[in-house]
Design a protein around this ligand. Sequence first.
Ligand code: ATP
Length: 235
Amino acid sequence: NASILAVEARDLVKFFGDTKAVDGVSLAVPAGSIYGILGPNGAGKTTTLRMLLGIIDPSTGERSLLGYDRPLEAAHVVGYLPEERGLYPAMSCLEAIAFMGALRGLPVREGRARGAELLASHGLGDWAKKPIRTLSKGMAQTVQLLGTIVHKPKLIVLDEPFSGLDAINQEKLEALIRRQTSEGTTILFSTHVIAHAERLCERIAIIARGKVAFEGGVDEARNRLRQIVHLRTRA
Ligand code: ATP
């Protein structure tokens, strides 16, 4: 049912002291879709995502996540890749993935089994037992992404997931995102690069200075995108 919403935001506002970081954002993300939040640095994307996830509370406004008005109640079926990446450097790749799954309620044994499969299918099978600190930044980011999806979340929220990845890994990430939605999962991601949103998303919201400057289908948006805010056109 296309009318079911995985994420809904109604007039979210967030102040940090006197700074209004988010100024009345409303969004409706259809379940099973790939939805992009576009906007330049400082536009309020990360703050919006954090409010949607329940990491911070809005100053005013309401949100619901997978039908829950208190977003943390959906935590076991949500995956989140924050903008600031971070894994424990002494953990092995497999331990890191199982640990991330455990934080979302996945039994460690299952996390290890699924983690091994995920690492193998992403060309990192040989790295499973190696400590995170021996990985390149891009590889570590891939491991963190695998930890983000290991518990098979219904909603995956990715904050600037393409940044820091080379072209090949960006393509792999696009493929991974598409595969996830083929199983009914909803993907919400932020980016300042139009190309990723154009290739992946059914709908997008453009956020500029804390407000939604555009919301709609990608086809409709394509021509207006570049007029509304100054964005890079290539990855
Ligand atoms: P970027 O692409 O640079 O990450 P963004 O669109 O994610 O940008 P936010 O990180 O949401 O933007 O920031 C929006 C505004 O809110 C900025 O002016 C930022 O300085 C401010 N801001 C964000 N978090 C805080 C905080 N914890 N305390 C004070 N100000 C904050």
